[in-house]
Design a protein around this ligand. Structure first.
Ligand SMILES: Cc1ncc(COP(=O)(O)O)c(C=O)c1O
Length: 467
């Protein structure tokens, strides 16, 4: 039977189809089943639009990654051009191609590790898994097969694959996934506001954390500890800026025990903290580094592990004994991803984006700190274009809300009502706008946040979320 011409045929929405067919990453699954997804359809500059045509400011640069913002024609063109020329070739068994070489050269020139070669992947997680495998391979090659343990910080985030997930120090990423694996250890998060003893100064706190690390390495046996991994500023664990002098103090301990420092620049790299890389901003001198996200401004998935020549020389020497270096992905150095990343770095240079981000970052930090007086805000923190406000039940004592009250999530939702996308990390509301934000964009972001925060205060005062 054919339908009359005027009959309306309802096509299922993207939301409905999502419900049926997508398993979402890092999501409150029962809440998603109740509320459905937010379907984003297009983006331009620092803004995105949902399936109903509603416009939002993307205050999180997607997942801390769209540095150049959305809709950059030159990046679309770079991808199209490379797809037309050579859509795929690999780097296995001695093959090579120009986009991967040119990108590796660029990273060698600007990256946070001197004289480094690049090993490419497609995500921050695989980069950090590669880090672990390279350190293990390195120590085996040097004839110290016991030196394998990796230390990271509680609340650090390094990804979700088996080794990266083990280094991540956040309970949901371990719980019921049988992580961390046995060779991984965690130390205190360098968050003075939450972790300091009463009356402890930042310098005393730093000294205590360095002593904790030293004690742990001694207790495990320095001959069993291979590396320490750190984000210069912790991102997903709540935007934590370690105290001044923290990294030099940590690094002294690592040097003493011949433990490598792995720098996870997946969020902090490429101008986020007001310097080209986070290591510089935070006074770190890493042995190796992981980069991803802003490397291609998230136009295509690509990551890189930056490994110094001396380490690679050890791998080459080991190859004489062991044969093939057996680590690599089909998409290691994917030519289209590499061409797009190269173009993204070229645009950052042309547009002097790191200097712009440094200026915008100072303006943003000053603006954000105005919320320090707000009754709900326990601490304002951040560096460059990375920031956060931690919401508390008692501003004077810093007492947190009970987790189940969901104050951070409520605030994030009210900001969404204000057409501003932010992210709640527990009760810490995080900001990470694209690096192209202007001062007037920042004013708009902070005004919208202010309204969302005031609504959250009214809700708290009315007993919202309390059982
Ligand atoms: C510091 C850091 N390292 C690693 C990762 C993992 O990256 P991916 O999600 O691309 O695997 C992230 C992701 O947010 C990150 O913030």
């Amino acid at each position: 039977m054919s339908l009359p011409a005027e009959a309306t045929v309802f096509a299922p929405s993207t939301s409905d189809r999502d419900h049926l067919s997508v398993l979402h990453p890092t999501t409150d699954l029962p809440a998603l089943r109740r509320d459905g997804p937010l379907v984003i359809e297009r983006g331009r500059g620092i803004r995105v639009w949902d399936e109903h045509g509603r416009e939002y400011i993307e205050g999180m640069a997607g997942l801390w990654c769209t540095a150049l913002g959305y809709g950059v024609e030159e990046l679309a063109e770079a991808a199209a051009e490379q797809i037309r020329k050579l859509s795929f070739s690999h780097l296995f068994a001695g093959r090579s191609h120009e986009p991967a070489v040119a990108l590796a050269e660029k990273l060698r020139e600007i990256g946070p590790v001197e004289n480094a070669k690049a090993f490419f992947g497609t995500s921050g997680s695989d980069a950090n898994d590669t880090q672990v495998k390279l350190v293990w391979y390195y120590n085996n090659a040097l004839g110290r097969p016991e030196k394998k343990k990796i230390i990271s910080r509680r609340r650090g985030y390094h990804g979700v694959s088996l080794a990266a997930g083990s280094m991540t120090g956040l309970p949901p990423f371990h719980q019921s996934f049988d992580l961390p694996l046995p060779q991984f250890r965690h130390v205190t998060c360098p968050h003075h506001y939450r972790e300091a003893e009463p009356g402890e100064t930042e310098a005393e706190f730093t000294a205590r954390l360095a002593a904790e690390l030293d004690d742990l390495i001694r207790a495990e046996g320095p001959g069993t500890v291979a590396a320490f991994i750190a984000e210069p500023v912790l991102g997903a664990g709540g935007v934590v800026v370690p105290p001044e002098g923290y990294y030099p103090a940590i690094q002294k301990v690592l040097d003493e025990h011949d433990v490598l420092l792995i720098d996870d620049e997946v969020i902090c790299g490429f101008g986020r903290l007001g310097t080209p890389f986070g290591a510089e901003a935070m006074d770190m001198t890493p042995d190796t580094a992981s980069v991803a996200k802003a490397l291609s401004s998230a136009y295509l998935p690509i990551s890189a592990v930056l490994v110094p020549d001396e380490m690679v020389d050890v791998f080459v020497e080991a190859g004489e004994r062991w044969g093939v270096f057996g680590h690599g992905f089909t998409y290691t150095g994917h030519p289209v991803c590499a061409a797009v990343a190269l173009k993204a770095l070229e645009l950052m240079e042309e547009r002097d984006l790191f200097a712009h981000a440094a200026r915008a970052g100072s303006y943003f930090q000053a603006g954000l700190r105005r919320f320090a007086d707000h009754p709900l805000v326990g601490e304002v923190r951040g560096k460059g274009l990375l920031g956060a406000c931690e919401l508390v039940a008692d501003k004077r004592t810093g007492e947190a809300f009970p987790m189940e009250r969901g104050a951070g999530a409520y605030c994030m939702e009210r900001c969404l009502d204000q057409a501003l996308i932010l992210r709640a990390l527990g009760d810490t509301v995080a900001f990470c706008p694209p690096l192209i934000v202007t001062e007037s964009d920042i004013d708009e972001i902070l005004e919208r946040f202010g309204r969302g925060l005031d609504e959250t205060l009214a809700w708290v005062e009315a007993g919202g979320g309390a059982s």
